[in-house]
Write a protein that binds this ligand. Sequence first.
Ligand code: CTP
Length: 420
Amino acid sequence: MGSRKAGLSGRRVLLVVGAGVAAYKALELARLFRRRGAGVRGVLTPAATQFVTPLSLAALTGEEVFSELFSLTRESRIGHIELSREADLVVVAPATADLLAKMANGLCDDLASTLLLATDKRILVAPAMNLRMWAHPATRRNVERLARDGVSFVGPDAGAMACGEWGLGRMAEPSAIFEAAAKLLEGDTTLPPPEGAMSAARPLAGRRAIVTAGPTHEPIDPVRVIANRSSGRQGYAIAAALAQAGAEVTLVSGPTALESPAGVGIVRVETARQMQAAVEAALPADIFVGAAAVADWRPAAEAGHKMKRGGAKEATLTLVVNPDILAGIGTRKKGRPKVVVGFAAETEKLLEHGRRKLVAKGCNLILANDVGAASGVFGGARNRVRAISADGVEEWPEATKDEVAMRLVARIVELLERAP
Ligand code: CTP
């Protein structure tokens, strides 16, 4: 940091501000550059002027701010080629999905995109958009292409977003953007293309994950089973979200009516014992998520033929306990996945039971949910969970199972970063 204070004097940054709620943070970024002695030229996309005024950016940078391609040549003597090259580094913050798409495809229909196409300098982008837009395959393609073109990325971060959702897509903090920019400014321009883009879009690249989902069916005889109301949706959503984040996922699923999510390896099983064997076979893994509603008990013996009612008024099934798959993984001495997540399906004393399961099953995180009939969780599309860990209890707002899955993935990324 010490060298950075002096190191940036005389360096120039072209700060391109896209139209996003995070645009106000670009003002703070401009201030940081100025404080460390760098000159900043601000350019706003026309829509960005709805979020920050050219006047406030001009006041902070002490330089004229441009946003229109045509007014540039009319009002000043600087041409856009010159403007694109006078800086030592171009920083795009916030970089909207639209700006990334234009950059990736070489489109230029306004001053900002024209400068980005005309520049011969390094470009650092700080993406900011809704998590679905960030996760969209089109944005993924654009980010990958830009990374291959040598564009550097910082962020996005996971966190609460202006739209009320939670996930990856929030712009990196101005201090982090400044640090990344300072590295590029100080360092050689032959820096390799950023790891940032790939790892930001796919924070779990190179990680292996196993997810259990759905109910198990425990046969009584060839036609009857003990089952439960689990639909498998939450577990499938988690497998899909982990795969989207770049993990190599094995989904071990009990009987469900769901199609296997894209990019996920699926192993279909019926019983708890088969599920356990499939999980063991899929090891080693970095992440294990036990979302299955595993039957605690199974009939002691499966009748080889359909059991006849005969004249009996009563019948007794003898049950024996099933293996606890989650506890087996969470308490492994050797080869325990770094992050083990379980669910606690409760109809009463949610936190008490959840905390007990966290410890007893050796988990890093327990998502406790109320599965009482009134909650509509079993079989429904929405879920409301509390996340219990050594850090305490977080109450997650009610959300779709897809959203809960994305939030869980962001939490898993955090836990992995902290794992020894
Ligand atoms: N689980 C498991 N194997 C079992 C039972 C449960 O892997 N035989 C996992 C579930 O996938 C879930 C967690 O353990 O992640 C908690 O499941 P839950 O049914 O809430 O708890 P139980 O251990 O069955 O405890 P109880 O029935 O006493 O609530």
